[in-house]
Design a protein around this ligand. Structure first.
Ligand code: MN
Length: 474
């Protein structure tokens, strides 16, 4: 439910002018419909053709409507013909939605034998798009420019990826983050200016005492717990130690998951943070609860890390329906080796099972930290393959996005004494360089790890959010 965006749509608007007469504009309209259909058919988000706009008032009114339509997540604008830039300035000044400028031409090739001035006047994207680009640059509109023939897969894929990011951008404008407790007491990177973050990203961070959550946990019924444990059984392998009918630990963990979920649903939250230094009223640190909720689409950050929780949520939105997953993550320990040094990534418990290699076991072990009962967690290895780590870094009222591409490898040997979700990766271009650059940039030890969000998507995201994006690797 928290990843339901069925009504969201991207508007496709075509620029022209009245100069050409009704007949040409009707042809522009017909061609625009065909392009919009092709974009729609290749996109996970609905692309809705709006109209050909030919005058300042019409352009301004279309942009005003886009701004105030909650289902409109962005605009794709294309110039079939020439559309003087001054007609766009007043509208572009008001634009509050993500913009993609599609620089394409309806006709793929020059019809050598037949080409005449009528053809030239109809197919003027080459200079019409430049005039529009100039207007955008003069107004200072942040926008993505995609160039190429509209039927090419590369163009369709670029529009699709941008649409996903626009969805995450819009989701961030209404995001509410529940912060249980404060942050881990003396940690610096999890702090930040929440007012500046709301100005930049739109999301709100609201603090709660653990008692507020415990009130929900106390209301969970045994019937609900039984149903949830049945779901655990269907999705995961449950360790034999937890299989007895009245296992206290598993029942306690399921109770926390149900209470936490009810709290988040009731408040309209799509992300949350916890901290093991403040667990008053909880019998164990939320492990499987956090893992399950992340898998359902909630953003999460441990130790009060609301910036990371927000980015995990945004990644969940932009990668909706794609194979692979995204998770809260931490660079935990190193394996220095001549043949490629690696990072062992994990957290105490809270890694999302969507990034697993398929074998996932529910287990309960002592934690050695937090001073509570042994917490239940899902244990797995992260699937091998290409991935990335990203982090939003704040310094006062400014933010930047750091990204490092990595290649995940399976562990060289079993690690029987480390019953947590974990993964080993080689950062690009290599560990020494990547870690040095990350540290020099002031990057967090917490990251968002993703197998299905690309560097380009994160660059588009940073552009929409109006923050810098630094990429380490490739
Ligand atoms: Mn941590």
């Amino acid at each position: 439910m928290i990843l339901n965006f069925e009504k969201k749509e991207v508007w496709f608007v075509v620029g022209s002018q009245k100069l050409y007469g009704k007949e040409v504009l009707e042809k522009v309209n017909q061609n625009a419909m065909k392009i919009a259909q092709a974009l729609h058919d290749s996109n996970s988000i609905s692309i809705v053709y709006k109209s050909v706009v030919t005058a300042t008032e019409e352009i301004t009114s279309t942009i005003k409507k886009a701004n105030y339509d909650d289902n409109c997540i962005g605009l794709i604008v294309w110039m079939h013909t020439f559309s003087p830039g001054k007609m766009w300035i007043n509208g572009l000044k008001l634009l509050q939605k993500p913009l993609l400028h599609l620089h394409t031409q309806f006709n793929q090739e020059i019809p050598w034998g037949e080409i005449d001035m009528n053809f030239m006047n109809l197919n003027q994207s080459a200079h019409g798009g430049r005039e529009f680009g100039h207007a955008c640059a003069r107004v200072g509109v942040k926008r993505k420019v995609v160039v190429g023939y509209w039927e090419d897969q590369e163009v369709l894929s670029a529009v699709e990826a941008w649409s996903r990011v626009a969805l995450a951008y819009m989701d961030s404008q209404t995001m509410r983050i529940a912060r249980f407790g404060d942050n881990m007491r003396e940690v610096s990177v999890t702090e930040g200016d929440k007012v500046s973050a709301q100005l930049q990203f739109g999301y709100r961070v609201d603090g709660y005492g653990l008692g507020d959550l415990v009130a929900y946990i106390d209301q969970v019924t045994l019937a609900e717990i039984t149903d949830l444990i049945r779901i655990y059984n269907g999705v995961y392998t449950i360790d034999n130690d937890l299989k007895s009918e009245n296992n206290f630990s598993l029942i306690g963990a399921a109770r926390i998951e149900l209470g936490l979920k009810a709290f988040l649903e009731n408040g309209g939250f799509t992300a949350f943070t916890t901290t093991f230094e403040n667990l008053t009223g909880l019998k164990q640190l939320p492990g499987i609860a956090v893992q399950q909720l992340m898998a359902a689409g909630y953003g999460f950050g441990a130790e009060g890390d609301w910036k990371t929780a927000a980015l995990v949520r945004s990644m969940k939105v932009m990668s909706l329906g794609l194979p692979g997953g995204s998770s809260f993550m931490e660079d935990y320990t190193y394996h220095f080796a001549d043949a490629g040094s690696k990072v062992l990534g994990a957290h105490m418990l809270e890694i999302c099972p969507t990034i697993s290699n398929g074998l996932r076991t529910i287990e309960c072990h002592p934690l050695g930290i937090g001073g509570k009962e042994d917490p239940v967690r899902i244990v797995f290895d992260i699937a091998a393959g290409d991935a990335l780590n990203a982090s939003v870094v704040s310094s006062g009222d400014s933010f930047k996005l750091l990204v490092n591409s990595v290649t995940v490898e399976l562990p060289e040997k079993p690690m029987p004494n480390l019953p947590v979700a974990r993964g080993l990766w080689v950062p690009h271009p290599d560990l020494n360089t990547a870690a040095r650059l990350w540290i020099e940039e002031g990057g967090s030890h917490h990251t968002c790890f993703s197998q299905n969000v690309t560097i380009t998507m994160l660059q588009d995201f940073a552009m929409m959010m109006d923050i810098d994006c630094r990429v380490i690797g490739w």
